[in-house]
Design a binder for this molecule. Structure first.
Ligand SMILES: *Cc1c(COP(=O)(O)O)cnc(C)c1O
Length: 372
């Protein structure tokens, strides 16, 4: 009954269980469960090398990393951010008592529009919080130029950007820092987890203190920090994932290529690409469903569901539509037309390493002939 098998938008990367058991035995032997244990130290080192970044601090999840990143740079007042993201991006601002200022995304793309960022700056603005949506790099050069001109910090929500390289170096090396998520649904997962990537040791020390209650040493507490530490089981799993993530990215690239081949000439179906000069991670496979397709995005989504294919309208609704944001003057739909349209047209198709060519063919055929 292959045709009734259910396929979800993603499936976590899980290496063979027997490969994980030796790590657990080590933890049971040394009885160091958390607080910067040996696996935590090793994963910080290996990830920094793997990703090609200077410093990296592990977290229990990406949202705590975002909240802590804003505190590490002492961000206050107003922060310019995008409505086209997962809700945690803006929530991290509210958790810090910061006012989100929403700005539209670039026409033809999914990321914050630098021209509109500049127009939204006020005397209260202290930082920009852009998102590399789907792992597509933001216009990092234009954003940095604005930040330098106006004395603003740039914190990237890089939850989708594991392993992405842009213009010959890690995308995570841009801005003042970048935040990763290692949630189960991401390209690289530690069940739950995350990290902050930063360029200097002093910032890493402050981040490390903040994720551990603000302890600077055994008897000194320098800030009202939180408990956001990654534990040893998560870190051990991360080390095992690292051995498999290369193959996983390669398989994602193949699936992406197959979808593009099978869907390239479907009227009204657009297949967005990462910008030139990007070594992409194929974290998602977004398509845009335009009026010429004949069916609306939601009708296509329903048709797929009837056939056991669970795509995702990601991101819908916009963050600015949720009750805690929609009263903000910058949340008005009329100010965010590009993001709004994307939220109406995007459908993310299933993509994960265990997805087979037959699955992709089945999904593509349903999109080509939704009534069949
Ligand atoms: C997944 C995600 C987060 C949150 O990460 P968690 O690890 O789930 O807390 C933040 N921002 C974006 C864009 C995400 O996709």
């Amino acid at each position: 009954m292959a045709n009734t098998e259910q396929i979800y938008v993603t499936q976590p990367l899980l290496p063979p269980l027997e490969e994980f058991l030796p790590y657990l035995e080590k933890i049971w032997d040394n009885k160091w469960l958390t607080n910067g244990g040996p696996f935590h130290q090793q994963l910080e080192r290996e990830l920094a090398i793997h990703l090609g970044v200077e410093h990296l601090s592990l977290f229990a999840n990406g949202t705590l990393a975002l909240v802590t990143a804003l505190q590490a740079l002492r961000i206050t007042g107003e922060v310019i951010t995008t409505p086209y993201s997962f809700v945690a991006t803006a929530h991290s601002l509210l958790w810090n008592g910061i006012k989100p200022v929403f700005v539209d995304v670039t026409p033809g793309g999914f990321n914050l529009d630098p021209a509109q960022v500049e127009a939204a700056i006020t005397p209260q603005t202290t930082a920009i919080l852009p998102v590399h949506v789907y792992g597509h790099p933001c216009n990092v050069d234009a954003l940095q130029k604005i930040a330098d001109t106006y004395g603003l910090k740039v914190l990237y929500d890089a939850a989708h950007a594991f392993g992405v390289h842009y213009q010959g170096k890690s995308l995570l090396r841009h801005g003042d820092l970048s935040v990763l998520s290692f949630h189960a649904t991401k390209v690289f997962n530690t069940f739950e987890g995350g990290a902050i990537v930063c360029p200097d040791e002093k910032t890493k020390k402050r981040i490390d203190d903040l994720k551990n209650f603000g302890f600077a040493d055994e008897v000194t507490v320098t800030a009202p920090g939180i408990n956001a530490k990654m534990n040893e089981v998560q870190a051990a799993f991360g080390l095992l994932q690292l051995r498999h993530v290369g193959n996983a990215l390669e398989r994602r690239r193949e699936i992406d290529g197959l979808y593009r081949h099978l869907l390239k000439d479907v009227p009204g179906i657009f297949l967005p690409m990462a910008p030139d000069d990007t070594v992409w991670n194929h974290a998602y496979f977004p398509i845009l469903v335009k009026p010429e397709y004949g069916l609306s995005r939601d009708a296509l989504n329903d048709a797929l569901r009837k056939n056991g294919i669970f795509a995702r309208r990601y991101f819908y609704p916009l963050i600015s539509e949720f009750p805690m944001y929609r009263g903000l003057p910058t949340a008005a739909r009329s100010r965010l037309p590009v993001a709004w349209q994307a939220s109406q047209e995007v459908l993310c198709l299933p993509i994960y390493p265990a997805l087979t060519d037959e699955h992709v063919q089945r999904i593509a055929l349903l999109i080509r002939e939704p009534g069949a």
